[in-house]
Design a protein around this ligand. Structure first.
Ligand SMILES: *Cc1c(COP(=O)(O)O)cnc(C)c1O
Length: 357
């Protein structure tokens, strides 16, 4: 039996997307691919509000997160860490042989503009990484305010992971001055995993051009050269590019503003549900994610048992990530999710734990 996914990624995939994935194969050096690629990157530019380059990589998000570090970190990087994925990015930066420091926040707290300013004012760094929406803790950091601070440090590469936020709310890449915006498609975009999207500003491409040790697979210069032919350096996951093409059509049919409004509504709905049942939100209310709700297990529900019973009823439920497993639970409301989908989960929960009705 398929378990309907309410975990924060991968998420449930619309049948139209699965059908698009079954499109007969084409060669990536055929003109059919160039047309597909060009259409997809133009659509993505509209969603990302960028006129810069948008590249498609065949990997999960961490492939490009590593690639960005290899291409853009010269002197020293500061990694802002406020959860499992941003902690990991620091580890990845060091593993790439780069000089890097972590600025850490307690889990559940956002990255703050003050901390960004303080770190960059030391003059030690030529690059920074942060995660817009920390999926492990359900925290969305104030990206626009941080972007304001970044404008004071134009020599510092602004590298942002938007894996679980891009398309769910407006993240205007050019206006924010993001040098490389990176996301995998299995979360906010609601596609099967295996495709990652990233941008590179002119400044980022200039930095990359002079960087040693870029490797090959994620070399930004290789992507830039191939992009002029609507192509990729190596064979792309063509089925997923078809899926993205279909998803972009669906996104524009819904309308970007309507899509943002739907996510805002679902976030309110789930926050209302958990708080009215006596659970405390894990982040402070103003930093709660728009795409998933992370709650403290304030009522000491047996989450492992709930997860097991929900699985038997056909639902995949998340009982916390990493060091906050069991102490928190997360309900995803990203991608193509609707209130009706969420009601199915909430009804199943109250059937299993009647005191939550
Ligand atoms: C899931 C996730 C990642 C990891 O992505 P992979 O596609 O598994 O490499 C990175 N960042 C964030 C914010 C995520 O939610």
């Amino acid at each position: 039996m398929h378990k309907k996914l309410f975990i924060p990624g991968p998420v449930e995939i619309h049948p139209d997307i699965l059908a698009a994935m079954a499109t007969p194969m084409i060669g990536h050096r055929m003109k059919e691919y160039a047309e597909l690629h060009g259409r997809v990157t133009s659509g993505l530019k509209k969603v990302l509000f960028t006129e810069g380059r948008v590249f498609l990589a065949t990997s999960s998000a961490f492939g490009v997160m590593e690639g960005a570090v290899r291409n853009l970190v010269g002197k020293r990087c500061v990694n802002f860490c406020n959860g499992a994925f941003s902690d990991k990015w620091h580890d990845v930066t060091l593993r790439c042989g780069k000089q890097a420091d972590a600025v850490r926040f307690d889990w559940g707290r956002p990255v703050t503009p003050e901390a960004v300013e303080q770190a960059l004012a030391t003059g030690k760094y030529d690059s920074m990484t942060m995660i817009h929406n920390e999926t492990s803790t359900g925290v969305m950091s104030p990206l626009a305010e941080i972007a304001q601070v970044m404008k004071k440090f134009p020599e510092v590469m602004f590298i942002v992971d938007t894996v679980s936020s891009m398309s769910a709310l407006k993240v205007p890449v050019d206006e924010l001055g993001i040098d490389s915006c990176i996301f995998g498609v299995q979360k906010a975009f609601a596609l099967p995993p295996g495709l990652a999207v990233f941008t590179a500003s002119e400044k980022a491409l200039q930095r990359a051009a002079g960087m040693e040790g870029r490797g090959y697979y994620f070399d930004f210069m290789e992507f830039a050269t191939n992009d002029t032919k609507n192509n990729t350096p190596s064979t792309p996951c063509i089925s997923l590019v078809y899926a993205m093409d279909r998803q972009l059509e669906r996104i524009f049919a819904e309308g970007l503003e309507a899509r943002w409004a739907r996510h805002a509504d679902l976030a309110d709905y789930i926050r209302g549900w958990v708080t009215s049942r006596g659970f405390e939100l894990f982040p402070e209310p103003e930093y709660c994610s728009q795409t998933l709700t992370c709650s403290r297990n304030s009522r000491n529900i047996d989450l492992a048992s709930l997860k097991k019973k929900l699985a038997e009823a056909g639902f995949a439920f998340d009982d916390g990530y990493g060091k906050i497993k069991g102490q928190t639970f997360r309900i995803a409301h990203m991608g193509d999710m609707t209130r009706a989908d969420l009601d199915e989960l909430l009804n199943a929960i109250t059937t299993i734990v009647p005191e939550l009705a």
